[in-house]
Design a protein around this ligand. Structure first.
Ligand code: ADP
Length: 447
């Protein structure tokens, strides 16, 4: 087992990783920018190192500084959290070259899944269902028209290097296709320095359903069921739940087994998420994230398995603590991502939180790095906390969520708490009757 883990992240996820390390009796090192000197993960860590000024590229993305912090403190492993360096294959290789362990998958797997065309090709080879579309990049318009006619309009032009919904254009008919291709290429070239694009069928009303997997790097893997993350705003997840209200047990086990077999064949190590669009009973792979995800606690709630413990175990060569047969899915869990934003306009609201009170009681978990008097710096994402509620079934979970939201107090800044109070009382949400466009439509038609 590791002696000391350096946590290369900030905010709630840094605290989340720190808690897991402490439980395993491992020393912790926090790194932080000058803007985060007062952060909770810095206070609670055994040691801390300031790694630079506020801008992420000079601190949380600064590989040299993080290496130096490992050297100074004698850390033997690095947990990257999510975002920042978590899907940076080069970072994992550099750590390797310095005899430090990257708590995550091997560099080659990060690299393959970071390129959407390669990821899709690999998924298909491993028996995962994918969205019908071009085999690889499309380079000329004639070929594109032939492929689009074959799969049927509307089609979506997507950037191979895409992320955050950028470099994506819909073509409703053949007349739109040339423009969609040119626009997607331009956007992708400007944003990612890579203008490779591909074509796939545009699904009209899918749900976003993703499968959590864990591999031991030695050819064994398990799945921990799915999460439904269809409630999104601008392709950002807002509300996540496990299990998906749309799946039954057979569907769950079937897609779960496809995913666990695929990552076992790949020799994948650590936590990963295989994301699908789901429409009319069919799953369509869109991408794989080779890291811990923001919404992982809903999976922890229904399985009782600590995903960060498992990540640390696997990275240290200890293997998984459970077999597939031992995984039990119990009850229902929902997570609300509470942001420091206006609940109506979504304008960020940095500043001092004058009063912060979190709900408690059975089945209620709050993962947050903030506290009363904490000043939210303007430099990073706007997540202030995640409320995760568990119940024996979805109805109980929703009742508990409503109660927990009522108890939650965030004063001094704007937060998205009012949005969740609205959603928990909405009939479609209560029925689990929504797709990836539902929240945008709801927000557009509110008032
Ligand atoms: P990114 O990495 O940019 O987030 P993804 O491939 O994960 O890109 O897709 C982001 C979102 O775009 C999905 O959650 C979904 O809302 C939408 N999307 C992606 N592919 C399709 C498709 N083939 N049909 C319809 N919507 C899609």
């Amino acid at each position: 087992m590791f002696h000391k883990i350096l946590i290369a992240n900030r905010g709630e996820i840094a605290l989340r990783v720190l808690r897991a390390a402490k439980e395993l009796g491992i020393q912790t090192v926090a790194v932080h920018s000058t803007a985060d000197a007062d952060a909770m993960h810095v206070r609670l860590a055994d040691e801390s190192v300031c790694i630079g000024p506020p801008a992420s590229r000079d601190s949380y993305l600064n590989i040299h500084q993080i290496l130096a912090a490992c050297e100074i403190t004698g850390a033997d492993a690095v947990h990257p959290g999510y975002g920042f360096l978590s899907e940076n294959a080069k970072f994992s290789e550099i750590l390797d070259a310095h005899n430090l362990t990257f708590i995550g998958p091997r560099a080659e797997h990060i690299r393959v899944m970071g390129d959407k065309i390669e990821a899709k090709r690999t998924a298909k080879r491993l028996g995962i269902p994918v969205v019908p579309g071009s085999e690889g990049a499309v380079t000329d318009d004639v070929e594109a028209k032939r492929i689009a006619a074959e799969i049927g309009y509307p089609v979506l032009v997507k950037a191979s290097a895409g992320g955050g919904g950028r470099g994506m254009k819909v073509a409703k008919t053949e007349a739109d296709l040339s423009d969609a291709l040119a626009n997607a290429r331009n956007e992708a070239g400007a944003a990612f320095g890579d203008d490779a694009v591909y074509i796939e069928k545009y699904l009209a009303k899918p749900r976003h359903i993703e499968v959590q997997i864990m591999g031991d790097g030695k050819g064994n893997a398990i799945h921990l069921g799915e999460r439904d993350c269809s409630l999104q705003r601008r392709h950002q997840k807002v509300w996540e739940e496990a299990n998906s209200p749309a799946l039954n047990v057979e569907q769950r086990m079937k897609i779960g087994e496809i995913c666990s077999r695929a990552v076992a064949d790949l020799g994948y190590s650590g936590a990963g998420t295989i994301e699908f669009l789901y429409e009319d009973g069919e799953f369509y792979f869109i991408e794989m994230n080779t890291r811990l995800q923001v919404e992982h606690p809903v999976t922890e709630a229904i399985t009782g398995i600590d995903l960060v413990h498992e990540q640390i175990r696997v990275a240290s060569g200890g293997g998984l603590s459970v077999t597939q047969d031992e995984v039990r899915f119990q009850g229902h869990a929902i997570e609300c991502r509470i942001n420091a934003e206006d609940a109506r306009t979504f304008v960020p609201s940095p500043g001092v939180i004058t009063h912060f009170h979190t709900p408690g009681g059975l089945g209620v978990r709050v993962d947050s790095g903030v506290y009363s008097g904490y000043k939210i710096p303007p430099y990073y994402d706007s997540l202030i906390g995640k409320l995760i509620v568990h119940g024996r079934n979805r109805v109980e979970c929703m009742m508990r969520l409503r109660r927990a939201l009522d108890e939650f107090v965030v004063d001094g800044i704007n937060s998205t708490l009012p949005l969740f109070r609205d959603l928990v009382g909405n009939v479609d949400v209560a029925n689990g009757d929504y797709d990836i466009h539902w929240l945008e439509n709801y927000l557009a038609n509110k008032d």
